[in-house]
Design a binder for this molecule. Sequence first.
Ligand SMILES: [Zn+2]
Length: 276
Amino acid sequence: MKHCRLCNNKTQLQESHVIPKFVFKWMKKTGTGRFRQLKVLDKPLQDGIKDFLLCDTCEKKLGKKEKWFKENFFEPFLNYSNTKFECNNELRVFAISILWRVLIYFKEDSNQYRFKNELDLAELEWRNFLNIGSTLNYFQSIHIAFIPEKLNIEGGGEYLYSYFHRAVDIEIVESNMKSFIYAKFSRFIFFGLIKGISDNTFKGTNIITSDILNPLDQEMDDADLVDFIINRSKNVKSYKDLSVNQQKQNDKYYEKRLDDIRGNDYWKTLMKDINK
Ligand SMILES: [Zn+2]
């Protein structure tokens, strides 16, 4: 029996997804049938990044918001390229629940963060917001970026499209002066500013102060934050980085699946990277 990280009740905890399960279902459906976590390429992740964080009640509560996001943002943007999205409390709860889970997930791995005090305060403020609807006072610079179909990024790596259109990536990002929480999946990026980055460097991405979001009318001008994201795309490891044994297993797997893969979203993304 452990304490639920959200409501603090002592109970049997559920194995929760840090990034919602529907994302991994989508990756399976539109991809190779399996996928890899960025940092641990050796280990195919069957079902995403998980941790025991929540009780059944809290898991269900957040699960409702995930379903809402899937129906109102994820599918309309990916399938129909909608250009108008309502920015309401459902979105705010969803976004903060993701960033809060990323924060908990990494903070517990005993990393020594430079801005540990701020991270602790943000964790508490976001937790109270999710739990009892408290107002946000200090950590309300929460953003969503929609990633366009056609990328125009200078200095992107070999796997630019694979990263920006499909990869799942989470992190607590820190430099000497700046800190933010980062969560990327499919063609969405969420980030919550912790320290040293001005809200004024963004246009059309803040989900707390905006009423309507238009994916075609967004700007991010913090050079460090943008550099971080582009650098992550360069870190997507390639086939060449696998051991010979892993390559063999990989080949066997893909030979069997090639006909299924060809033509789906994963394939198209791969072709964009190869033909760039
Ligand atoms: Zn709970």
